[in-house]
Design a protein around this ligand. Sequence first.
Ligand code: PDD
Length: 278
Amino acid sequence: RTVYVNGEYLPEERATISIFDRGFLFADGVYEVTSVLDGKLIDFAGHAKRLERSLGELEISAPCSVDDLLEIHRRLVAENDITDGLVYLQITRGAADRDFAYPTDATPTLVLFTQSKPGLADSPAARTGIKVISIEDQRWGRRDIKTVQLLYPSMGKMMAKAAGADDAWMVEDGAVTEGTSNNAYIVKGNTIVTRQLGTEILHGITRAAVLRFAREAQMRVEERPFTIDEAKAADEAFITSASSFVMPVVEMDGAPIGTGKPGAVATRLREIYLEESR
Ligand code: PDD
């Protein structure tokens, strides 16, 4: 596999970064994951825009232009023959002598790699739905910045696996924030409910597209906090992310949601999303 590191395209075995990189020492960096379907990048512009915002919030300078980033994405997809899969991009503040105060003049580190995921759009999980558990949200308070501090979400995913589930929905002050690496939704009657944007959740690029498609299809959308009890009493539930698109959720803390099968709204939104964004 060819990867990209600071201006160079290299075989992955030859790619290196400094042990003093602040991404490694302080999780001082941000990332994006863009999906690829039929060799085409899905919503690159949305991901590039969020990346710029994440960098701005952390005062990390952009290593190159958005056009350059698009070119790197396209070249890696082509060189690695990615039909369906993902492009991962990470920018850290760069290498500096270890100090909590960060340097204002560090040279940012830019790393990209691809992951091939054949059949990404027709994953069997979309037909059966996934199971989630609820856990406390113990992340820091700026979840709107897509940082590489992913330890708590990793632990959440492990807690889910230990409980025989696929993922965890995180709860803060009695309300669901989001999944470990996705945005969370419930459906009651003909209303889709998902938490409003703020610092408590990541502003999903898939979320923005799916809510737009839902409204265009005359579905009712309420952006507000909801509880785990509401989720358990919902008719259906689902998650969205660049890697899962729209994925039905059929079980919460061991109890079925609705019929325990993927719901009509989630199934329809998945179809619309895949149709419209390809
Ligand atoms: N995760 N919320 C969190 C905490 C996330 O990590 C993600 C994405 C999302 C969905 O955002 P988007 O629709 O832009 O992918 C919501 C990526 C896929 C990951 O970490 O692999």
